[in-house]
Write a protein that binds this ligand. Structure first.
Ligand code: AMP
Length: 301
């Protein structure tokens, strides 16, 4: 069993109220792959520049992560610079250098084309479509996006939405995509666009899951210190889809358990800068926090 992910492999420069970091490993595919690799094998499709250090590639290779689909192109790696406000839920993009990502056309190695589980990370919907077109057989497709694509590439994004099962999206993006302020109405409208399930990420307030017949709510794991929220969404998606692949259980209860695993993995990511904590955590620690999540939300009717 394995998961194919397409997304950014990046340099991130980050400033939060607690410190800053320059050109550290980031990108939607990086966070997703590290998070999902606790549960199953992951295959990355993406692009890096000549400046991408071997040390970061080694970080992936030490885990069950395949890099055959990561192309090294002449030029510089995608670089994002972001700054978080005192209210850590709010961030500004200060710089965005697409570099080798501009004009990138994903090419799936032969071995990748039978992917059963697919994660379309936050990139141009045209690239997401390109990946879908190259896959022969798939069981479950999960997709992420962001405000930029909703504003600039809505037509392509709508084509993607028609071909996926699960959309993960944050609350402000769900409002933007649907035109509704109320999050329940927004999710209902998005369900009509194609996905069978919509997972609305609400930062420190947790996740809401919507399908035609169900709603499920989970809090974020309460932490005393959040150092850097970068990658929380992608780590959530990695833990979520990783658990779905590991369990092969897509029942309503199976999806709920996967949402909790996603929330647990994301809670580790935000405890330190970049991928530092995520790359150092153990599966035993993940399982332990998963169990304490059950206590956190347990109550008697
Ligand atoms: P998240 O915090 O989970 O939303 O994802 C953060 C990651 O998204 C960072 O590591 C960035 O490298 C990456 N990122 C930021 N802006 C973009 C963009 N416009 N397109 C693709 N990836 C981006």
């Amino acid at each position: 069993m394995s998961i194919l992910v397409v997304g950014t492999v990046a340099f991130d420069s980050i400033e939060t109220p607690f410190g800053s970091a320059e050109r550290i490993l980031g990108g939607s595919a990086s966070y997703f792959a590290l998070a999902a690799s606790f549960f199953t094998r992951v295959r990355i499709v993406g692009v890096i520049g000549q400046d991408f250090p071997q040390e970061y590639l080694d970080l992936f290779s030490q885990r069950p992560i395949d890099l055959e689909g990561v192309k090294k192109e002449p030029g510089e790696t995608f670089h994002w610079r972001g700054k978080y406000h005192e209210d850590i839920n709010v961030r500004d993009t200060l710089e965005l250098h697409l570099n080798v990502l501009s004009g990138f056309v994903p090419q799936l190695p032969e071995l990748y084309r039978d992917a059963e589980y697919v994660f379309l990370g936050n990139i141009d919907p045209l690239m997401q479509l390109e990946v879908l077109n190259q896959i022969r057989r798939m069981r479950l497709v999960v997709c992420d996006t962001m405000d930029h694509w909703i504003r600039e590439s809505l037509e392509d994004l709508r084509k993607v939405l028609k071909r996926i099962e699960i959309l993960v999206i944050n609350d402000s993006e769900a409002r933007l995509l649907s035109g509704y302020n109320n999050i329940v109405r927004a999710a209902r409208a998005i369900l009509k666009m194609g996905p069978k399930v919509v997972l609305v990420k609400r930062g420190e307030y947790g996740v809401l899951q919507f399908s035609d017949s169900t709603i499920f709510a989970t809090p974020a794991y309460p932490l005393e210190e959040v150092f850097d929220p970068t990658g929380a969404g992608d780590s959530f998606a990695g833990g979520f889809l990783g658990q779905l692949a590991r369990s092969s259980d897509q029942s309503q209860q199976g999806i709920r358990r996967a949402i909790v695993y996603g929330s647990v993995v994301a809670s580790f990511t935000v405890e330190d800068f970049g991928v530092k904590r995520l790359a150092g955590v153990s599966l035993a620690e993940i399982e332990e926090r998963y169990k304490s999540f059950a206590q956190l939300t347990d109550f008697q009717t």
